[in-house]
Design a protein around this ligand. Structure first.
Ligand SMILES: Cc1ncc(COP(=O)(O)O)c(C=O)c1O
Length: 398
């Protein structure tokens, strides 16, 4: 049989981790803290059904929905991104700066296509989102982890690594980070943009959780401090609308977005027009503000349930991040316990989660005493039951 391309074996390690991640989402019969899906109760099923019924006809938007579309994205959805998502966040984008892609992952991939050659270095947070590591591996780039603390990248360490590795890209998830739930502090956001400009390195700011804030103050994005065009801002409709619709967007300098057009036509011609039309209609009908309130309420309740359950059940020495939003908390175990070795036993008790080891690139210690817990998928009572079961296993090991 013909051999696969060079990149396929290169991707293997991260791809295997992502496979386990997807399997954990669909583990029927277990309490899952594994995947990164939003609450199913928060998906706008009725609204999408109503919209589709009304516009999927020859007289309405049926032809447009089933036809080819513009590789840059549906004009109405690009305008939606400006009016409803970027301008309210004080990001002064113009229409020409926006391209629509297939979920947040396509934004990451488009940036990889534009900037990464084999052997290039990407500086990433420690820990970081495993699927982006997989994407960087697809381009045969090397991800190097930089030290972080509760406020995000340690800026001196970031600068040292820029000098040492001359990276092509800095990858940052500044708000309610996946997997840690932490948020990059204001001054660090400014510093990241400044370093990018000073050392002529591109930054990919991946921000799919920004709108899911349940407490604390909103922070300006890294992109808002970008004076030289080095920051590419990517976001997704997956967490605020519906992951099944596969929609996301990138906001960057026109020259960058124009080159993404070139990549996109080679890659997949355009993003799903059917779902773009529905999503744009959802926003133009004014349904988003109430939907976002509901999303926040449902997930805030789950965040609170998980925080309270951790306090109530976990033995002394277990620590966790209090996230002001998003879907994740990051739990550290005491006594040298391995979250990888505990996973099968905790699964046997009926609960799944993702061991922390999977979220680290080389360059920083690979920590096996951490785990990512998602509070998005389970209702509050189930969260409490799941944490109690986990705590029982952990206590028995200490
Ligand atoms: C940080 C981050 N980036 C990108 C994505 C991918 O988003 P999407 O599902 O829209 O492709 C996710 C999804 O969990 C994420 O957490």
């Amino acid at each position: 049989m013909a051999t696969f391309s060079n990149r396929i074996p290169y991707m293997r390690a991260a791809a295997d981790v992502v496979r386990v991640l997807f399997e954990s989402i669909s583990d029927a019969g277990t309490i899952t803290f594994g995947g990164g899906a939003p609450a199913k109760e928060a998906l706008p099923v009725d609204e999408v059904a109503e919209i589709t019924k009304e516009i999927l006809s020859k007289e309405a938007k049926g032809h447009q929905m089933l036809q080819y579309g513009n590789p840059m994205g549906l004009p109405a959805l690009r305008q939606t991104v400006l009016d409803h998502l970027l301008l309210p966040a004080s990001l002064p984008a113009k229409y020409e700066n926006i391209i629509i892609g297939g979920g947040g992952m396509e934004g990451v991939s488009l940036v990889g296509h534009l900037y990464l050659d084999p052997g290039d270095v990407v500086l990433v947070e420690s820990p970081t989102f495993v699927q982006s590591l997989e994407s960087f591996q697809f381009f045969q780039a090397q991800s190097v982890a930089v030290e972080t603390d509760d406020e995000g990248f340690v800026i001196d360490a970031l600068e040292d690594n820029i000098k040492k590795h001359k990276p092509k890209l800095i990858y940052v998830i500044p708000t309610f980070q996946n997997p840690s739930g932490r948020t990059t502090a204001l001054e660090r956001r400014r510093a990241i943009a400044e370093l990018a400009s000073r050392y002529d390195v591109m930054v990919l700011e991946d921000d799919p959780y920004r709108e899911l804030r349940y407490s604390g103050e909103e922070l300006p994005s890294v992109k808002s401090f970008d004076k030289s065009g080095h920051v590419i801002y990517a976001n997704s409709f997956s967490k605020i609308f519906a992951p099944g619709c596969r929609l996301g967007y990138v906001y960057a300098e026109k020259e960058i977005v124009d080159r993404m057009y070139d990549v996109k036509t080679a890659l997949n011609s355009m993003t799903n027009v059917f779902t773009q039309v529905i999503c744009a209609e959802f926003f133009s009908r004014g349904l988003f503000p109430a939907h976002l309130r509901r999303l926040r309420d449902i997930h805030r309740e789950r965040r609170d349930a998980m925080m309270n359950s951790l306090s109530a059940h976990m033995p002394e020495g277990v620590r966790w991040v209090y996230p002001d939003g998003g879907l994740f908390t990051w739990v550290s175990l005491p006594g040298g316990l391995s979250s990888t070795l505990l996973a099968p036993e905790i699964k046997a008790a009926g609960v799944t989660y993702l061991p922390g080891l999977q979220f680290f690139a080389e360059g920083q210690p690979l920590l096996d005493d951490c785990m990512r817990l998602s509070f998005g998928q389970m209702p509050p009572e189930t969260i409490d039951k799941g944490i109690e079961l986990m705590a029982g296993v952990i206590k028995s090991k200490l």
